[in-house]
Design a binder for this molecule. Structure first.
Ligand code: AHR
Length: 530
């Protein structure tokens, strides 16, 4: 049988999932996959910002998850959990989005500055109707950003606050003069202005952010962004609040409706959200553990839809912004399951299994294919909420499989994308649902290593993969695998290493060919030194 070759490269004409599926249709029954990495055809830089995080005032995400306060028995520095901060550092988190989410559009920044004992107590009306004592505010968030050597992405309130509040918050943070706002920041303990890299103008304004229409929000965005100014010589990127899933109305309205905007107007990106539900039904999303194989595969199939969702936004932007000035900010993505039994309503707590790690790696592989327009992605959410990288219980903390997927993919941050040719990728099918058996990505890391990310989507079967290198001579090859004993294998506080990275055998034949066997339900990263 003649093998089918498909070049995965850019500019893209079809999504990675579609490309892989096409290969699969014409592929022979063999379980082997041949991959050629075209190191001789380097592409664009994979922005490190697609490895961003999102941390909202929601449930135990900030309070308890990150911040316990100075008086806590849980070991902390200035109120920040030591275990969580130490665990997050190796992920080299490039950017953190805060304070929401839906919370952003009911948050007033003044509630979270000044002496903590004087800060007002509000109700978090979106998430559990619980008291919010504002102990964690702007100064605490920026300290977190600095502790993690990260960058700030603030989501401002457009839903329930006037433009002057958003403008003054930005000035409070960035002013380097004798203005009253700068003096107030200094009096509150921060002498130097902060660098605020990114600023979101509202969140989900089609829903919790104000139930607006695309046209109404586009006008509001024009108005608010006019007043979002930083001192001369500094620059904060402005991100408009966009749509979700396959919907392009918001991208359309914003990119078409801001073309003629004049003085002081800025738009650097449009946000987009996509959550993966195993069933696609918000009423019964599907369980985080103890699910059938039909929900294993439907989750993977649904998460791969991110590729076509991004394609659709890109097509709109290519029409209205052919110069490529406006980026897509996928500032909320991840799995969303039925909540853990017994957890507080509205806290969005869920367990995290090897399925989540596979979901994460599939998303990374897709993100790499969209480097031109995809300027940022932020997983929801960092600790204890939705597809978290860390879970805590009192003083205990555990790294989730998603954490390990993020760590394995660190070398892809700011790496140079390399196209792949994939040959003979079989389908993996359960009932009517079908996904490719294997997903792959490759890049030239800033360290000089060639790095390959591989995902075996099959719940039960291993698969042999042969990789040929064009334009790169490898001296050594090291492979690391993340897999679990079952489809829902996960880490608990008592067994924290049930799903943890391990070495995987890889045969390097000569300097340009390698062979390895991918275990079922696995994420594998191979690092090749020149
Ligand atoms: O991440 C949880 C919520 O999901 C966010 O607050 C909101 O923006 C989205 O609907």
């Amino acid at each position: 049988m003649t093998p089918t070759l498909k070049l995965l490269t850019r500019p893209r004409v079809a999504g990675i999932a579609a490309s892989l599926a096409l290969c699969a249709l014409a592929s022979p029954a063999s379980a082997d996959v041949d991959i050629t990495v075209r190191a001789d055809q380097p592409g664009d830089t994979i922005s490190k910002y697609v490895y961003g995080q999102f941390a909202e005032h929601l449930g135990r995400g900030i309070y308890e998850g990150i911040w316990v306060g100075e008086d806590s028995d849980i070991p902390n520095t200035d109120g920040f959990r030591d275990d969580v901060i130490e665990a997050l550092k190796p992920l080299k988190i490039p950017v953190i989005r805060w304070p929401g989410g839906c919370f952003a559009d009911e948050y007033h920044w003044r509630d979270g500055i000044g002496p903590r004992e004087d800060r007002p107590v509000r109700i978090n009306t979106h998430w559990g109707w619980v008291e919010e004592d504002n102990a964690f505010g702007t100064h605490e968030f920026m300290q977190l950003v600095e502790l993690l050597d990260s960058e700030a992405y603030i989501a401002g309130n457009i839903g329930s606050a006037p433009p002057v509040d958003m403008a003054q918050w930005l000035q409070y943070m960035t002013a380097d003069d004798d203005s009253t706002l700068a003096q107030e920041r200094r009096a509150n303990g921060r002498e130097e202005p902060w660098e605020v890299a990114f600023w979101g103008v509202g969140n989900e304004t089609w829903g919790c952010g104000g139930n607006m229409t695309p046209a109404y929000y586009t006008d509001l965005y024009r108005r608010y962004s006019t007043f979002l100014k930083t001192p001369p010589g500094t620059r904060t990127k402005l991100v408009a609040s966009g749509g979700q899933n396959a919907n392009t109305d918001w991208t359309e309205a914003l990119s078409a409706g801001t073309k003629d905007a004049g003085f002081f107007f800025k738009i650097d990106g449009i946000s987009h959200h996509y959550y993966t539900l195993p069933t696609g039904d918000w009423g019964k999303k599907g369980a985080a553990t103890g699910f059938p194989e039909s929900e294993w595969i439907s989750t993977l199939q649904r998460t791969l839809m991110v590729d076509s969702h991004l394609d659709k936004q890109e097509a709109v932007l290519d029409e209205h912004d052919p110069d490529g000035d406006i980026g897509i900010y996928l500032d909320e993505w991840g799995t969303w399951y039925d909540p853990t039994e017994g957890s507080t309503q509205g806290f969005l707590e869920q367990q995290n299994s090897i399925r989540d790690a596979v979901v994460a790696a599939l998303n990374f592989n897709v993100f790499h294919e969209h480097t031109e327009r995809l300027h940022m992605a932020n997983i929801a959410q960092t600790v204890n909420v939705l597809q978290a990288v860390l879970l805590t219980d009192g003083a205990r903390m555990v790294k989730t499989p998603t954490y390990h997927a993020f760590q394995l993919y660190v070398p892809f941050q700011d790496a140079t994308f390399l196209p792949l040719e994939l040959d003979d990728v079989p389908d993996y099918e359960v009932g009517e649902v079908s996904v490719p058996h294997v997903s792959a990505t490759a890049a030239l890391a800033t360290s000089g290593e060639l790095v390959i990310g591989l995902v075996n989507l099959h719940a039960e079967d291993t698969i042999d993969v042969k990789v040929s290198l064009e334009g790169f001579e490898a001296d050594t090859a090291v492979a690391t695998v993340l897999t679990g004993a079952s489809m829902d294998a996960h880490n608990t506080f008592d067994v924290p290493d049930a799903v943890t990275p391990a070495a995987l055998d890889v045969d390097l034949d000569g300097d340009d060919e390698l062979e390895l066997e991918l275990p079922a339900r696995s994420v594998v990263v191979v690092r090749l030194t020149p």
